[in-house]
Design a protein around this ligand. Structure first.
Ligand code: LMR
Length: 335
């Protein structure tokens, strides 16, 4: 005879199965989610949350394998792997879509464009950001969501209090023409390099410095090999979560519906922790005492703004003057 507890458990499981109403699969559908950062970052935690929710909502019909820290692929390779179907989900930084031929995303890289997460939201949640995701369709990619990271700080082994301090420094950047122009405007020599190679390049002096939000800097231990950092918050680094379009559209609609739900909740989670994760990472690096931290005075900041703002007009040909004007409009900027 069934006890009340056992009955309640079976009934509960049956109700869950009915509510999800997924067909039985002999083998789970495997989704490989590859990324280049540490599990303890906003993106790493978002990916793990998606795995947890996707597997629960599909009652095990889907298994999500998360590969952090470039375990499977580095920056450029992971985009190729997604298009070939070797992995199914990625969340590359918005600065890495240019080489795919969708340089509109690089608008997020413009220095001193956004003043915090509220500004960011106006773009990502609005027509502009959603329009960008649609541009990926032609590349065999479907854009699902934007995940936040944070605002970047400059670091090097020498103080970076004014643009003059960048003269001749080799600065590692992501593969973005805007970031290249930004470093050139500072008189630095930009060096595109995969994220997984940055720590060693800083340690061995292959490059002198870099820029990243605190969460990336801390989890890669970059602060241990950078004597100086400036809290410039001069630009944004965040992600688009993307899937192989053919794979996604080929899924059973009932499965896809549960995955969409998991993605919406993982997105809300990732975006709710990003600021705090960055604040905590900064505090931890400051406590470590290996780096001297410089807070820009209003005057020092104004010099950086004056030096870097011309990059917006300079990049108009690449990103589109209309698009830049549209973004300014959404942010309520006049110039
Ligand atoms: C970088 O290459 O610096 C970042 O895009 C890494 C990341 O994914 O946050």
């Amino acid at each position: 005879m069934l006890t009340r507890r056992t009955f309640a458990r079976i009934a509960g499981a049956a109700a869950l199965a009915l509510s999800v109403a997924l067909p039985a699969y002999a083998e789970p559908i495997v989704i490989k989610f590859s990324h280049v950062v540490a599990p303890g970052t906003p993106k790493g935690k978002g990916a793990d949350k998606f795995k947890e929710l996707a597997e629960a909502y599909t009652n095990g019909a889907v298994t999500v394998e998360v590969y952090p820290n470039s375990q499977l692929y580095k920056d450029k390779e992971e985009l190729e792997a997604l298009q070939l179907g070797a992995v199914q989900i990625l969340a590359p930084s918005l600065a890495k879509f240019g080489p795919l031929g969708v340089q509109q995303f690089e608008v997020f890289d413009l220095p001193f464009l956004m003043n915090g997460y509220d500004d960011l939201r106006k773009i990502t949640d609005g027509e502009i950001g959603q329009g960008f995701l649609g541009l990926l369709d032609d590349k065999g990619i479907k854009g699902l969501a934007y995940w936040d990271n944070g605002f970047k700080i400059f670091s090097a082994n020498s103080p970076l209090k004014s643009p003059d301090d960048f003269l001749g420094l080799k600065m590692r950047i992501q593969s973005s023409k805007i970031l290249e122009a930004q470093m050139q405007a500072l008189g630095a020599v930009p060096q595109v390099m995969a994220f997984s190679e940055v720590y060693q390049a800083l340690q061995t002096g292959v490059v002198d410095g870099t820029e990243n939000p605190p969460s990336n800097m801390y989890t890669q231990k970059m602060h241990e090999v950078q004597k100086h950092a400036t809290l410039s918050n001069h630009g944004y680094l965040g992600y688009a979560v993307i899937v192989n379009k053919a794979f996604w559209e080929g899924l059973d609609p009932a499965v896809r519906e549960q995955l969409d739900k998991a993605m919406a909740e993982a997105t809300a989670y990732a975006n709710s922790i990003a600021k705090e994760e960055n604040d905590n990472a900064l505090a931890a690096m400051q406590a470590a005492g290996t780096t001297e931290w410089h807070e820009l005075t209003a005057e020092e900041r104004a010099v950086f703004v004056e030096t870097l703002k011309p990059v917006h007009a300079q990049m108009a040909d690449r990103i589109g003057a209309d698009l830049i004007a549209q973004v300014y409009g959404a942010l309520g900027l006049t110039n």
